[in-house]
Ligand binder design. Structure first.
Ligand SMILES: NC(=O)c1ccc[n+]([C@@H]2O[C@H](COP(=O)([O-])OP(=O)(O)OC[C@H]3O[C@@H](n4cnc5c(N)ncnc54)[C@H](OP(=O)(O)O)[C@@H]3O)[C@@H](O)[C@H]2O)c1
Length: 276
């Protein structure tokens, strides 16, 4: 096993333990790769750069979530308290990869989603991953009950996408169409596979799902996930939080292959590929 102190975490001279005291924490986030060997400090863009090809007529689907050591995905209704500087680095790196960021309406509202970055540095990094210069956000919703005056729909930037079913309220849909491109997929609920195929028709090759747990459950249930990235936060939360997936038990487990493990300040960043 590798010596964790060698990943830049300061050691308490008195106890010999790797520091958890705030005073002992790293001042700057440096992300190290533990696996595959050799362990080394790594640029996160390099760590997550990979060939991601469409699967059939839908884009490659990557899911990224953060959870605590006891499996909680939110604290007080949001995921922010689980994070760290290194996690923010990894989270923003993951956003450089996809053409479209997919999100459930619950998360878009809870996390106050806004327009994606159009800065020169973002565009350059995204082109380095082979992605569109600017990511589009696609919100999955049946109720269409989100606030159309929110940052996502009124904050400028590239026009968001809303994926909804034919059962959604047609009057409400008309209002949404004024501020977003609407994709109709499925009769009663959003058929996520149909939605992804429609996104592929726009030219998207990679989609990143940022959750939440209901959307993730739908994606795994329909066997639409190719890659799962999990940030494991070094804290125990307890309470009623759901897990990364919230929905009926899968009819068969989705088995995963570990592609890499990164670490920064006691966090682990796990990248898995879904076995098929
Ligand atoms: N730790 C993390 O990395 C992370 C990431 C994301 C979110 N979260 C947390 O997760 C919580 C939100 O969870 P959530 O389960 O409400 O989130 P969600 O999955 O983002 O949203 C659920 C909503 O999405 C829509 N939806 C999803 N699948 C659908 C389908 N197949 N057809 C039609 N509509 C569909 C529905 O919206 P309508 O009700 O509008 O029809 C549904 O109520 C928040 O606390 C957030 O902080 C954590």
């Amino acid at each position: 096993m590798a010596d964790v102190a060698s990943f830049g975490w300061p050691t308490d001279q008195r106890t010999g333990l790797v520091g958890k005291d705030p005073g002992l924490r790293c001042k700057e986030a440096t992300v190290h790769r533990i696996l595959p060997a050799p362990p080394e400090e790594i640029d996160t863009d390099d760590a997550y750069r990979a060939v991601r090809l469409p699967v059939g007529d839908r884009p490659w689907v990557l899911v990224n979530m953060i959870e605590s050591a006891d499996g909680a995905i939110e604290v007080g209704g949001v995921s922010g308290p689980l994070g760290s500087a290194g996690d923010k680095d990894v989270f923003s790196t993951m956003r450089m990869i996809p053409d479209v960021i997919l999100v459930g309406a619950g998360t878009a509202i809870a996390e106050d989603y806004g327009p994606t970055s159009t800065s020169v540095s973002t565009r350059t990094r995204r082109l380095g991953h082979g992605a569109w210069p600017t990511a589009r956000v696609a919100v999955v919703s049946n109720s269409l009950s989100f606030d159309l005056a929110s940052r996502l729909f009124s904050g400028g930037g590239i026009r968001p996408i809303v994926i909804t079913s034919h059962a959604s309220d047609s009057e409400r849909r008309t209002h949404v169409e004024a501020v977003a491109d609407v994709i109709l997929a499925g009769e009663q609920q959003v058929d996520l596979e149909v939605g992804l195929v429609e996104i592929a028709k726009l030219g998207a090759r990679v989609v990143l799902s940022e959750g939440g747990p209901s959307l993730n459950a739908g994606l795994f249930t329909a066997d639409l996930v190719d890659e799962l990235c999990v940030s494991l936060s070094p804290m125990v939360v307890g309470g009623p939080s759901r897990r990364i997936l919230h929905g009926p038990e899968l009819s068969g487990t989705a088995n995963l292959t570990l592609a890499h493990v990164l670490t920064e300040d006691h966090f682990l960043f796990l990248r898995y590929l879904v076995e098929r």
